[in-house]
Design a protein around this ligand. Sequence first.
Ligand code: SF4
Ligand code: SF4
Length: 370
Amino acid sequence: MFEKFKSMFETEEKTNSKRYVSCDYVQHGFNVDYEDIKMCCLNCHEGGGRQILIDNYKGERIDWNKFFKQKREMRELNKKGIILERCKGCILLQEKEWDDEDYISFMVFNHWTQCNCKCRYCFTNEQSDFFNQRKNYNMYPVIKELADMGMIRGGGEIGFGGGEPALLPEFEDLVNLLLDCGCDNIRVHSSGVKYSPAVERGLKESKLMLITSVDSGTPETYTNIKRVNHFNKVWENLAMYASKQGENKYKVKTKYIIYPGYNDNKEEIDKFFELTDKAGIKSVILDLEGGWYEQHKYEVPDYLYDLLEYMEEKTKELDMKCVELYDRANHMKVHREEYKKLRENKEASVSDEAGINAEQCKESEQPEQV
Ligand code: SF4
Ligand code: SF4
């Protein structure tokens, strides 16, 4: 699709308007995935996101001139009001004044899959042979080159996903480099099993956010979902990280991914909030399990919407000011009424069909008129 747009772009003049619909990742970002470099990591909107920028990537040196040229071309399309197919419906699209400069301030690191948990919902389960045998590549030299060129700027967002970042041999160096470059909003998604001094530094400087998805309030549920026995260790590490926070006391966040059939009840949620509070953590993130959501997006039962609202209420009770909803939960909140109507219409059309069929049956049971 981009290739098609690209050829359109090449035949037309550049436009100069700076106010238009675009997004931070088109402008100044990328997502390093385990086998390519994508524009972003968003995927649950209509277009599906994750536009590929460099295919089949394994940590090679990047031709930054070519890379930024590609981004400039996308920017020019946005200026003309053209939105890439993959961006359609994305919640990050916004109309505003964009600058015309080449630099990077939004990065997502997802280039490894090794982990010290075995979550049931992990995407690696689908191809466990492939992921178990995969070797990660290093991004430190590539990012160092970008930093040495002065092309990294703070003010955006850096995310570590993975895999467990703290297991990456280059993780400490990479985080320290980004902090040294002035990146002031680094999000590290960690299992919380291994303690990281670089994360501690980022928390002390209030430039890094640690997010740990515990998804449970009891060791039994934790072990059932994560399939490892690190419940107590994780809460100990989280309490330690929380105690190291600098000026901003909302940088350590626990996350609860509602996973239907495993932790979708108020008792588990209440215990999760008790432990979060006890660890000195004042900030949580809520979501619904991605794979499940993809399959049931238009038929999410009411009790799951209610559980999300229940959790939001709990955060208010506990004075947890920084509640955040991740992609699926946000999507649910925005589309609740719309999806409810779709569901009701679907149910109504199913019962109409059942009605018609019943009528047809009755008619066919009538004795033939002679
Ligand atoms: S899918 Fe969304 S975040 Fe990704 S590039 Fe498109 S608009 Fe930006
Ligand atoms: S913590 Fe993340 S990467 Fe590790 S197994 Fe769980 S979902 Fe997968």
